[in-house]
Design a protein around this ligand. Structure first.
Ligand SMILES: Cc1cc2nc3c(=O)[nH]c(=O)nc-3n(C[C@H](O)[C@H](O)[C@H](O)COP(=O)(O)OP(=O)(O)OC[C@H]3O[C@@H](n4cnc5c(N)ncnc54)[C@H](O)[C@@H]3O)c2cc1C
Length: 196
């Protein structure tokens, strides 16, 4: 087994609010294979699991979390023409900056929203009148109940105000995201924008 399972891990430092108890078990996953291994590990022990990514939109209860916390730390991304395909664990603001360096953007008003692009898709994060849905081309996700891998086009993501299909259907875990960007000039770079 490639994944490492840690026991009795404090969670406060993994969240923006910095409070709350620990995880009975915690593992960090970088790949789809590791994610599946972690879910099988939890299932084999008949224990629950919780997905955590950037930790900027969660409050951990003082008594902590029983079961396995699966922290998504996948961090690969690739540019394909005007599109960017990024792992769910990639930090959103980092991606906006990296795209800007390549002269690609349009989504600069989202720079400064803390957390991962996976978390941002789930909650259709937004700032200054624009939202992730405005740039999302497709989302690849894994159904931990059926084992199905599916690519959701924008319309299938059912984006709504701070919501999406994935927020309503917790059985789907976001693996990676393809966003459609446009060419921008240097004056539009993310440096000048800070959300929240
Ligand atoms: C200071 C501050 C400013 C903020 N400003 C804004 C703002 O301007 N606009 C805005 O929209 N939000 C804002 N937020 C909220 C937060 O940043 C966003 O909701 C962010 O997108 C959450 O991403 P995350 O990776 O931190 O998710 P986490 O906090 O790790 O997780 C949030 C939820 O998403 C689930 N989740 C995480 N990754 C996945 C995945 N890959 N697949 C399925 N489920 C997943 C988790 O299980 C959890 O239920 C702000 C938060 C803070 C603390």
């Amino acid at each position: 087994m490639a994944i490492e399972i840690k026991e009795n891990v404090p969670l406060a430092s993994l969240t923006t609010f910095g409070i709350g108890g620990g995880a009975k078990y915690l593992t960090e996953v970088k790949t789809d294979v590791e994610l599946r291994e972690a879910i099988i590990w939890a299932r084999d022990r008949i224990t629950s699991f919780h997905i955590l990514s950037g930790g900027s939109n969660v409050l951990i209860p003082d008594e902590g979390l029983r079961g396995l916390v699966i922290r998504i730390v996948s961090d690969s991304y690739v540019f394909n023409g005007l599109n960017l395909i990024a792992d769910a664990g990639c930090n959103l603001t980092m991606l906006i900056r990296e795209a800007g360096r390549r002269g690609l953007g349009g989504w600069e008003s989202l720079a400064g929203i803390p957390g991962s692009i996976g978390g941002a898709i789930r909650g259709n994060a937004g700032a200054f009148g624009s939202e992730l849905k405005d740039y999302t081309f497709a989302v690849r996700a894994y159904n931990h109940e059926t084992g199905e891998l599916r690519t959701f086009v924008n319309e299938a993501c059912h984006f709504a105000y701070r919501s999406s299909y994935f927020k309503q259907h917790f059985e789907w875990i976001i693996l990676n995201v393809e966003v459609a960007l446009r060419e921008i000039g240097p004056q539009e770079s993310a440096e000048g924008h800070h959300a929240a």
